[in-house]
Design a protein around this ligand. Structure first.
Ligand SMILES: C[S@@+](CC[C@H](N)C(=O)[O-])C[C@H]1O[C@@H](n2cnc3c(N)ncnc32)[C@H](O)[C@@H]1O
Length: 576
């Protein structure tokens, strides 16, 4: 069904000291909603939702699933030393095939009966056994789970593009009920995304907004007044700029707003009668506060002074053209290809949740929704199926919030045994996870230029100094002296400052001897470090660190901005 293998879960965690995140304790896993807040889950969101997330425990769901756009998501890391083209790491392949796994997912939903089953069956009639049906069969059970975890006042925003938005809307109508549809938001991305030779440029994404029940929580959002609206506030007094707005508007009313006030009978005004915009009591209050402008002419209309400072702005429509896509050079960019702008998520979270509410992103990527929720004082839960994403989010949160953020990570190996499980079930994810432990990033798994290198870490010994690199080799299975020898060759070939071999097993004596033969690296101050270093995963898990120049600054992955410091004190983004 999915383009990558389904991971199993590693839940025998222990509390890891010296880190600012904690792994879930072993034993019966706490279901979210009982105790744990601010949690990152590594794994398939369908498993995680069913296993951990309690009914009606979440206030807002934002999901930005892969779009079935038949593209391969590559994480593009710009090289730091300027000497290479971009290396790519395949993070996630968003292609779906109508295969056995897809048929099983389809049948599970259809066998469950109800409106969603009807909708999916109808889609099969329409689409046949196609890749689109495979995609929708993957999405349907997840959307059912997401509705289950929403509180009655909660809401869901599904971010997608025109490839599947119309089919997804039908599935959502079946899951939530047609009457729970609130908005189809068009987010105008500032950059165009397609060839324009035979179509209009595709410039927007679609965000489908549903309320769980009719009383879903929502706070209207406003944007700044346009220059034309600002011009209406021409008058000024000691309280500031204001415009004079009518107190009487067309149409007769029988109630309080249709009564005579200060000698004016609204029924006798206008072509067919008028009424006051508010009650006589409120009008009297306005008058007492000196807010009413009385006309000079006897039959003139009184007006109300409406100050610029009272105006919240223009209520936002469902067409959002004021939030730019993140460019790769933007300070906010972490190099994750599908990263969404913080401003977009802040808008959604502010509109549909309140401080301390719980925000869930089940396809959280590099964690934009998580970051925005943290910034806005919400609690959050994030789920992603790749260690690359989970590692990025951990760094993003620590760069932005330092010690002020605490969170749990569930599903990561926390000891040698669970690391061995991961290595056996998914060597690719094992590599990504292990490289995350040392702050390195994986390289493309293709033969060629990167042969023998599983990961890289770039550093600067001092500001403005040349970029240096550490090359990593990660071995999930058996190891021997030949691996150390190979890495020695790679260090030479790549002209790397250091090389690190990460293994599951303890290195043998010949391996240590071969590593010692590689000599040492001297930093700018003449301090020496072993050129080839050996680590077991167990050592890294207990906090052992790569020996590196003392003042080295890791520039491998773009640093998120420190959310605690004023912008003026922050360095420009450096990195991917
Ligand atoms: C479009 S990206 C999300 C980007 C995110 N909104 C951001 O701003 O970074 C989709 C993410 O969903 C993850 N993903 C795909 N299938 C998943 C699944 N079944 N369970 C959990 N995560 C999944 C992918 O690894 C990818 O990071």
């Amino acid at each position: 069904m999915l383009g990558i293998s389904r991971p199993s879960l590693w839940i025998r965690g222990v509390k890891v000291s010296g880190r600012r995140w904690v792994h879930e304790a072993s034993g019966a896993p706490a279901r979210y909603g009982d105790a744990m807040t601010n949690t990152l889950y590594y794994g398939d969101n369908l498993d995680i939702l069913r296993r951990y997330i309690a009914n009606e425990s979440v206030d807002l769901v934002y999901l930005d699933p892969p779009f079935n756009s038949n593209a391969t998501y590559n994480v593009l890391f710009a090289e730091q030393d300027g000497s290479r083209a971009a290396a790519q790491v395949e993070a996630f392949t968003d292609t779906w095939r109508w295969d056995q796994a897809a048929v099983a997912a389809y049948e599970e939903t259809v066998d469950g009966g109800g409106r969603v089953a009807d909708a999916l069956r109808a889609m099969r009639t329409l689409l046949g056994g196609s890749d689109m049906l495979a995609y929708l069969s993957m999405m349907a059970p997840r959307l059912v789970e997401l509705r289950r975890v929403l509180k009655p006042t909660g809401s869901l925003y599904l971010h997608c593009d025109p490839t599947a938005s119309h089919y997804l809307k039908l599935i959502l109508d079946a899951v939530f009920g047609v009457e729970r549809f609130v908005n189809e938001i068009a987010w105008k991305r500032s950059q165009t995304r397609s060839s324009i030779s035979r179509s209009f440029r595709r410039a927007h994404d679609t965000i489908l907004f549903y309320g769980r029940d009719k009383d879903y929580a929502f706070d209207v959002q406003y944007k700044a007044l346009s220059p034309a609206s600002l011009k209406l506030y021409k008058a000024e007094d000691e309280r500031g700029r204001y415009q004079a707005v009518p107190l009487l508007v067309s149409g007769r009313r029988n109630g309080e707003t249709g009564t005579v006030w200060r000698g004016i009978d609204p029924n006798t005004r206008g072509k067919a009668g008028m009424h006051w915009v508010t009650t006589p009591a409120k009008l009297a209050e306005y008058e007492k506060d000196g807010l009413i402008l009385w006309p000079d002419k006897e039959d003139g209309m009184p007006r109300l002074k409406y100050y610029l400072s009272q105006s919240p702005g223009v209520p936002l429509s469902d067409f959002w053209e004021d939030v730019d896509l993140i460019s790769s050079s933007a300070a906010e960019s972490l190099g994750y290809p599908t990263q969404k702008p913080l401003a977009l998520l802040e808008r959604i979270i502010t509109a549909s949740s309140r401080p301390s509410d719980v925000v869930l992103d089940p396809f959280c990527g590099c964690g934009t929704a998580i970051d925005a929720a943290q910034r806005l004082g919400r609690q959050w839960v994030g789920i992603d199926i790749t260690h690359l994403a989970i590692n990025l989010i951990k760094h993003r949160l620590m760069d932005s919030y330092g010690d002020t953020v605490t969170f749990a990570v569930v599903g990561e190996p926390t000891d040698a045994a669970s690391a061995a499980d991961l290595a056996a079930s998914d060597p690719y994810q094992f590599q990504w996870w292990a490289l995350g432990l040392v702050g390195a990033r994986p390289v493309e798994q293709k033969k060629g230029a990167d042969h023998g290198v599983d990961g890289r870490l770039y550093f600067h010994e001092q500001t403005g100094a040349e970029t240096k690199q550490v090359v990593f080799s990660v071995k999930a299975g058996g190891t021997g002296v030949n691996h150390v020898r190979d890495l020695r060759g790679v260090i030479e070939r790549e002209n790397a400052a250091l090389g690190v071999l990460i293994t599951m097993q303890d290195p043998t004596r010949p391996m240590r001897q071969e590593a010692a033969e590689a000599g040492s690296y001297a930093d700018a101050w003449g301090q020496r470090y072993p050129r080839l270093q050996l680590f077991t995963v167990g050592e890294l898990l207990t906090g052992k660190k790569v020996e590196m120049p003392m003042f080295a600054r890791n520039t491998t992955v773009a640093q998120a901005r420190d959310a605690r410091a004023p912008l003026s004190e922050q360095p420009p983004s450096g990195g991917a």
